[in-house]
Design a protein around this ligand. Structure first.
Ligand code: AMP
Ligand code: GLY
Length: 427
């Protein structure tokens, strides 16, 4: 079988790496892929993620047996519907089901209808009632622009003044564009964040594992929010009791509810959670695709046949008893360009990649690199590399990832030095 991976970042590099290991997979294609992915996949750099016609054409012409969609935007635009209409097995939800991520208001109303635990919320389309509502709250709240704002349309407000400022920025100034036409205002949840992953074929599901990412730029979870500065799996906050609650209170009712409402959910359900001190999970958000960089440690831990699992889900033939088998732990440390997540320069040569990958248990996934004039890789994005290592404990995996990351250099490189600290602090 030929598998087509849609996307070209660190997550897609990791997906292609794992899918290519399956005995069922003869070749991996990627659209657009990346220079680094060429080692694993036939890349089609002129087929961009947003060009649905070109992706469908490529899949048809190449006789692709399974398409795995990386990012959310093409899913929200209906890429899975288009591919399925051509009879091509596709791992990823329909546009209707992708609203679980694409519309925060849809997700919140869905959770309310199905009794899924989440922060209390109200949605507003006009500024003045929104201002009145925050004035009644006693300060702390979270304000989110509805729609896809690339993870940035979230304001954590400590006071009524913060909340007013955020509302005006979103609704009056349209800081996040059309995503700010409608805002959701919700209670601020306390606890520890984690994410949980399950695969569904629309009816049944198979659990994957939990992970924890580090969204803030600086050590100790300080600084600006980023796309993710590192991630690891498994996070101790999701122990067996918490996992059972996540399955019973969130995953099962979500898959059932989506089917009942006529939008069966096919793909990976990525649940962003807050786990409180009593171990009760509340949903912060749903995502309809794999996390980036959480996928990098997840695939490193995975032992089973990933392509078989995704293909059976895409075909509606998931075996709920299928189990992937998981290695003990994996940690991913992101190396980012200096200045990220704001402005940064690119084109700096990267050294030490081979020395890093020669180390035990290490794979370096490329998020934003390209071939330089001298033939080596150079920086080409904000997040540049995800140095990922597997090990018999989070501590071992982390030490390996950091030893490998230390071998890699490029001008202005920034990394956090405390990835996985919540796992190490407690055991
Ligand atoms: P979202 O885009 O909804 O994932 O939000 C981005 C980040 O904001 C989350 O990963 C949390 O760190 C934080 N966040 C969002 N909603 C809440 C909430 N209701 N309570 C506490 N933190 C939140
Ligand atoms: N790392 C968070 C995300 O992929 O949304």
């Amino acid at each position: 079988m030929k598998v087509l991976v849609v996307g070209g970042g660190g997550r897609e590099h990791a997906l292609a790496w794992k899918l290519g290991q399956s005995p069922r997979v003869d070749s991996v294609l990627a659209a657009p892929g990346s220079a680094a992915m060429e080692a694993l996949a036939e890349c089609h750099p002129h087929v961009s993620v947003g060009d649905l016609d070109a992706v469908v054409k490529l899949a048809r012409e190449q006789g692709v047996g399974l398409v795995v969609v990386g990012p959310e935007n093409p899913l929200a635009a209906g890429i899975a519907d288009r591919l399925r209409a051509e009879g091509i097995a596709t791992f990823g939800p329909s546009a209707a089901a992708a609203q679980l991520e694409g519309s925060k208001a849809f997700a919140k109303d869905f959770m309310e209808r199905h009794g899924i635990p989440t922060a209390k919320h109200r949605a507003f389309e006009d500024l003045s009632p929104a201002l009145e509502y925050v004035a009644q709250l006693d300060g702390r709240c979270v304000i989110k622009a509805d729609g896809l704002a690339a993870g940035k349309g979230v304001a954590m407000c400590e006071s009524t003044a913060d909340a007013e400022r955020a509302l005006r920025e979103m609704m009056e100034d349209r800081r996040f564009g059309e995503a700010g036409r409608r805002v959701v205002i919700e209670d601020w949840l306390e606890g520890e964040e984690a994410s949980y992953y399950a695969i569904s074929d629309g009816e049944r599901f198979v659990t994957l594992a939990a992970a924890q990412d580090h969204k803030r730029l600086l050590d100790g979870d300080r600084g600006e929010n980023t796309g993710g500065m590192g991630a690891y799996s498994p996070p101790p906050v999701v122990d067996q009791a918490v996992e059972e609650r996540i399955l019973e209170r969130v995953v099962r009712p979500t898959i059932r509810g989506m089917a009942e409402e006529g939008h069966p959910y096919v793909g990976v359900l990525f649940v962003g959670l807050m786990v409180d001190a009593a171990g009760d999970p509340q949903v912060i958000e749903f995502n309809v695709r794999f996390g980036d960089p959480e996928t990098q440690p997840l695939v490193m831990r995975m032992e089973g046949d990933f392509a078989e699992l995704l293909e059976s889900a895409a075909r509606g033939e998931l075996d709920p008893a299928a189990s992937m088998g998981w290695g003990e732990a994996a940690v991913c440390v992101v190396l980012a360009s200096g200045g990220y997540p704001r402005t940064y320069a690119t084109g700096f040569p990267i050294s030490g990649l081979e020395a890093a990958e020669a180390q035990e248990g290490v794979v370096v996934f490329h998020a934003g690199t390209r071939r330089g004039a001298a033939g080596g890789f150079e920086t080409a994005g904000g997040r540049v590399l995800g140095v990922t290592a597997r090990g018999e404990s989070v501590q071992v995996a982390r030490d390996r990832a950091y030893a490998a990351a230390a071998a890699i250099e490029f001008e202005g490189a920034h990394k956090r030095s405390d990835i996985a600290f919540r796992a190490l602090g407690r055991s």
